[in-house]
Design a protein around this ligand. Structure first.
Ligand SMILES: *Cc1c(COP(=O)(O)O)cnc(C)c1O
Length: 421
């Protein structure tokens, strides 16, 4: 292959730069030898990786297919046009923009399309499951705009739609954002559409976390309801690290101008080609089965963790992720992350709604099943992993952690990430 195709050639890299070649191998070994429970991660396919490692990286293609500011774009135009058509068909969307470099930059473009600096918008509070780009003070979204935050009800820990409606009536936001990074339950898009219509707001769904489940037809889609849907392509969706925006036809020109030239310059054509590859994969029955299995596995893992005394926030999950409250076992999120990590299990500490502990410590952890499901693990493995996590986080004994790490190696050997051909 290396004679005819320049790119993705490990031997070539190893000869040129053995130090970085070693980093690539070490990371592959790390992925293969641990249990990856980071809810926002996945293992993208060798086909996607090949598109990423291609000469399309060289091409300047500011503009859109057929309307570029550079010559020589006729080949990359094909990739972007195929990608746009695949996105529209997979999600039933009027318009798709494949150029945002990431989820955060897709969101900048949405703000740029619909808001002026200082404008008011509603979004989910970060400590209740929102995202930094939904109005955190350290983000452009909080520095340059005026966020008003809704959250979850203290009782059922699900989105408080009554509070959302009351805040919308009070503040008359220009935009309402739905979505977040630690929401285990389905979102009622119809309810949010009705509130947005009542106050004349744009409805923006940030579907970064769950869009893969929508692509796989495992959960309902926000596309029929929202004016605009932004997302990352590297989470459950299993594509390259990047972003994308879908919108109604009436907003298409605004969104395209906000992505380029307002928000960024030249698109990454290699990443756009890789997004097209991922979208093709997502349209297959295999991917649809995968998306359903991700949820079944998340539910099995959550039940197993509940049996270990880790309380699932909202009582469970409808998606690929769960948030566990560790107060019942008297362990902080920070200690749990460390102890699991020492045992070969990678997860992250996460604030729970109404968390009494600061964000650097937290009372919770977040777990997700996109990666394990890509490896082919199922419900029996989720039970095993839940019990390993329980033992790991409840112990501060390094010998216990070493013992679990050996069990992790046995398990991952049976379900290798990136199996050797
Ligand atoms: C992951 C995520 C983002 C940011 O994506 P990046 O690609 O890391 O910039 C934005 N919004 C939500 C809800 C996310 O979960």
């Amino acid at each position: 292959m290396s004679n005819t195709f320049f790119g993705s050639d490990f031997d070539e890299l190893n000869a040129t730069d053995p130090e970085i070649a070693k980093v690539l191998l070490d990371e592959l070994t790390r992925l293969r030898s641990g249990i990856q429970l980071i809810a926002s991660e996945n293992y993208t396919s060798p086909a996607v990786l090949t598109a990423l490692g291609s000469t399309l990286s060289n091409k300047y293609a500011e503009g859109y297919p057929g309307k570029r500011y550079y010559g020589g774009c006729e080949v990359v135009d094909v990739a972007e046009t195929i990608g746009i058509e695949r996105a529209k068909s997979l999600f039933g969307a009027d318009h798709a923009n494949l150029q945002p470099h990431s989820g955060a930059s897709a969101n900048i473009a949405v703000f740029g399309a619909f808001l002026q600096p200082g404008d008011t918008y509603l979004a989910m509070a970060l400590p209740h499951g929102g995202h930094l780009t939904h109005g955190a003070g350290v983000s452009y979204s909080g520095k340059w705009f005026n966020p008003v935050h809704y959250g979850v009800a203290e009782g059922n820990e699900d989105i408080d739609y009554d509070q959302l409606r009351a805040l919308a009536r009070e503040h008359k936001p220009k935009m309402i954002i739905a979505g977040g990074s630690a929401i285990p339950r389905l979102i009622d898009f119809k309810a949010i559409r009705e509130i947005a219509d009542e106050v004349g707001a744009i409805m923006h769904v940030d579907a970064a976390h769950f869009i893969g489940l929508v692509a796989g037809k495992a959960i309902p889609s926000p596309v029929p309801y929202a004016d605009v849907v932004s997302f990352t392509t590297h989470k459950v969706l299993r594509g390259p690290r990047s972003g994308m925006i879908l919108c109604k036809e009436e907003h298409a020109a605004k969104i395209d101008k906000a992505v380029f030239p307002m928000m960024q310059g030249g698109p990454m054509m290699h990443v756009i080609a890789a997004k097209a590859v991922a979208l093709k994969e997502c349209a297959t029955p295999e991917y649809q089965k995968y998306a359903k299995d991700v949820i079944v596995n998340a539910q099995a893992l959550t039940a197993g963790l509940a049996a270990e005394g880790m309380r699932p926030v909202t009582g469970g999950t409808d998606t690929h992720l769960a948030l566990l409250d560790l107060q019942g076992i008297d362990v902080s999120g920070k200690d749990a992350e460390q102890r699991a990590g020492d045992s070969g299990i990678v997860l992250n500490k996460n604030s729970i709604p109404y968390d009494p502990k600061p964000a650097a410590v937290t009372s919770g952890v977040r777990v997700g099943t996109p990666s394990l499901t890509t490896q082919g693990m199922g419900v029996p493995e989720m039970a095993t992993i839940a019990s390993m996590i329980g033992r790991a986080v409840k112990s501060d004994n390094p010998a216990v952690h070493a013992e679990i790490k050996a069990e992790v190696l046995d398990l991952t050997a049976k379900f290798p990430a990136y199996p050797r051909p």
